[in-house]
Design a protein around this ligand. Sequence first.
Ligand code: AHR
Length: 503
Amino acid sequence: MADLLKAKMIVDKNYEIAKVDERIYGSFIEHLGRAVYGGIYEPEHPDSDEQGFRTDVIDLVKELNVPIIRYPGGNFVSGYNWEDGVGPKEERPRRLELAWRTIETNELGTNEFVDWAKKVNAEVMMAVNLGTRGIDAARNLLEYTNHPGGTYWSDLRKSHGYEAPHNIKTWCLGNEMDGPWQIGHKTAHEYGRIAKETAKAMKLVDPTIELVACGSSNTNMPTFPEYEAITLDHAYEEVDYISLHQYYGNHANDPGNYLAKNMDMDHFIKTVISTCDYIKAKHRSKKTLNLSFDEWNVWYHSNEEDKKIEPWTVAPPQLEDHYNFEDALLVGSMLITFLQHADRVKMACLAQLVNVIAPIMTENTGRSWKQTIFYPYMHASVYGRGISIKPILTSPKYDSKDYTDVPYIDSAVVYNEEKEEVTIFMVNKNLEESITVSSDVRSFEGYRLSEHIVLENDDLKAVNTASHQAVTPHGNGQSTLEEGMLEASLPKTSWNVIRLNKS
Ligand code: AHR
């Protein structure tokens, strides 16, 4: 039976937004819960390699093709002494970790993380502590990681067995410094000043690095977007990106409203772009500042469980959200939102990667598995590289509790010229009905339909576990392509990946 609801789209190769910076498919590993210990690193696990890294987890991370991984925090970094995590393991101190009130053993530190990142083919995005520490610790860490040799800190690295510098290119100037929960929380003026001075010193050590200044922790912060404006008023010329963080949840169990939340993300991005451009104009600057959305995800399922965790234990199961099918849909829509802003959002980190609000879960010394959100993230990362094309979409709409005129269809298109491939990502948010999307793709002459992948499930609350993958994609999507017209039927509440190619 034909779908009652219909949408129309024009996909023209001339409507370029920008080349997608592959770093928008980044992720994040913090010293928090079981992300590091029991997640990426577990020497006791039967599948661990000679350095204690879980090879099952390495394989899953590689499937996601993650280009850059933020480390070591997060809130953790604001109390971290990086020196605790280098040198002989038996000499490393156990410390009270104040951000998450656990014990940090420091068994894994900077060098081991760089080694692990190489194994998963990712770059490192390193954060420095601007909470309890400042310029000195930051410039010393950079000298340790990036200076070739012949100085105190670079020779210390060599003495630790790392002859060649790590050459870490991307650095975060602290974490969520606008948040009262942050150790060493700062007003915008306090932060703007220290961000500028730390940036100056770090770029003297290594002028090739790129720096990310902290923006607001979410759109509900009372200081948003003043925090960005004041910070950049101080540090605009010294930094290269401003960060955005945002997590969503479905506390009210209102799926229609929940699935619309990427509209808030879109508003967040537009507001930060305007703020950057206002400061650019104010400073008569020639430089355009880009955005690093370096924490984003769904986060709410584990909130109550986390309250029961005893303090001062090693690697407790914190922030272990078990994602359901509707979460995967919102994650898909958030990825679409990044692609729609490919001209200004140059980095983004799904927070986080393993066990802690993550697409990958593990059992201690046991199995690992893919959460529901693994799939849209993997599809976007693997197929979403090329030029982001602006689809001209006319979709039926709905109103929800917090949003009006929510399009049922979200869409982003990526054209990979070298591979002669076009990928159309779409979410159908309609809770009851499938929708036919008719797309004019005539500008892609000679292209044929290669596959239509669908993630769908009758139960919005279906979850994946170690023993049962209830939510997995299939390749039986209903699409046809004839004479440049693509007709696709998108099932109710579904994530769709339609791929065209020439070969
Ligand atoms: O990703 C979990 C936490 O969320 C991070 O430590 C912090 O930056 C944010 O509030």
